[in-house]
Design a protein around this ligand. Structure first.
Ligand SMILES: CC(C)(COP(=O)(O)OP(=O)(O)OC[C@H]1O[C@@H](n2cnc3c(N)ncnc32)[C@H](O)[C@@H]1OP(=O)(O)O)[C@@H](O)C(=O)NCCC(=O)NCCS
Length: 161
């Protein structure tokens, strides 16, 4: 089982996982290139996606199959997604959550008023209604949480094709 960049053929499994986790699926098909999956040849057990809008990013669709939660996959996927976002030039990354506000502070996220969401994120399906208005908004600065040297950062996931 390893974390790799998603391909379009992963979409049905990703959508099924998101639905099972009661997360929005709208728009995920537009961000496959910046979606990571934890999978082996037989199955997909987790995913995490980043929507990139210039220097602003949206972390979304962080989900792990129920029977594999608590094994560290959520943390590994989130860290890899933040590294992917940093490599794409994202400086500030945001998320919306109704269920996991206590999971994300360990990665540098802190709650913010929705009015502080970067205006560029208005293009996202999540902001355009897929995510409930009651969802908590959170932000992390990738520039300040960057690893001290390139040598110490984990390598980005290898594209599968
Ligand atoms: C949130 C989620 C992805 C975490 O995945 P996971 O593989 O179970 O997480 P990990 O095993 O890496 O857990 C890392 C730590 O986070 C904690 N944690 C896991 N889920 C949590 C949650 N919902 N709230 C708070 N803490 C959580 C674990 O207890 C663990 O703590 P520890 O390091 O002190 O032992 C998973 O619970 C999930 O798929 N939830 C449903 C979808 C969801 O809410 N996604 C987030 C919104 S995008």
């Amino acid at each position: 089982m390893k974390i790799v960049t998603a391909t379009p053929s992963d979409l049905p499994d990703i959508v099924a996982l998101l639905k099972a986790a009661a997360l929005p699926v709208a728009g995920i098909e537009n961000h496959v290139e910046t979606t990571l999956v934890a999978r082996d040849s037989e199955r997909l057990l987790g995913c995490a996606a980043v929507e990139v809008y210039g220097q602003a990013g949206l972390l979304r669709s962080v989900a792990v199959e129920v029977e594999h939660r608590g094994e560290g996959w959520g943390e590994r996927l989130t860290k890899a997604a933040l590294e992917l976002a940093r490599n794409r030039g994202v400086r500030n990354i945001y998320l919306l959550t109704t269920t996991a506000s206590h999971f994300f502070p360990r990665f540098g996220f802190a709650a913010i008023p929705r009015s502080e969401l970067d205006p560029a994120l208005a293009q996202s399906e999540e902001l355009r209604g897929a995510c409930p208005a009651s969802a908590l908004a959170m932000r992390a600065s990738l520039s300040t949480s960057a690893p001290p040297s390139p040598q110490s950062s984990s390598p980005p996931p290898v594209p599968r094709r």
